[in-house]
Ligand binder design. Sequence first.
Ligand code: HPA
Length: 243
Amino acid sequence: MLGLIVGSGFEHFELVDVKTKTVETPFGEVELDVGLMENKEVALLHRHGKDHHLAPHQIPYRAQMWALKELGVKTVVAVGSVGGMAAENAPGHFTVPDQIVDYTFGRESSYWGEAGMPMTHIDFTNPFDESVRQAILGAAQSAKIFVHNRGTYACTQGPRLETAAEVRRMIMDGCDMVGMTAMPEAALARELGLRYAMVCFSVNWAAGLVEGALDFEAIKANMNHSVKSLVNLLGVLVSANNF
Ligand code: HPA
């Protein structure tokens, strides 16, 4: 079964014939939906909670990823909004990132030594699963949605947006887009042996790349527009694959 993790912009996204499940984990309870998409069973997790009350640094990432595994999920596709830093990541553009730089701090970012999990140094050279990345890119092609096939995702702590100097530094570090949720999500997925990849949608230029403060109305408008295309893409992805 595919696990689908969605966040900002997907508050109203629903499956068909939904059953809401509460999964007990060693890290707390997680509520998620199991239902149909294109007549296939999918587990849908709203990472900020259905009413979007959890800020990125408050998300119980360990419980959430554990709950997906507990439900029998083997493959996870996560959707995340980002601010664009590279020219290719202009607002309105989609990217399947291939790398991450983690700028978060203080998040519970490993299962090491907990719940009977062994101390392992997971290989994280390539933080996203290549076969899942290719499946997303293939679905985008079939759905005729243009998606960049690589990019480095900078994960910041949030919930505040960045300063202009922070964005300059992340660009010098080789980052292309900035968001707040890929970590520790991606690392925990790897620790649990889940195949994980992301599709990101740019909703604004990162701080300092255009004059003035970030405009939240413009960000919302970009989001609504992109979410329609992404729902399309996810439909094609689910119908074309047996995850
Ligand atoms: N910074 C961090 N996260 C984001 C942004 C941003 O500019 N836009 C959407 N998510």
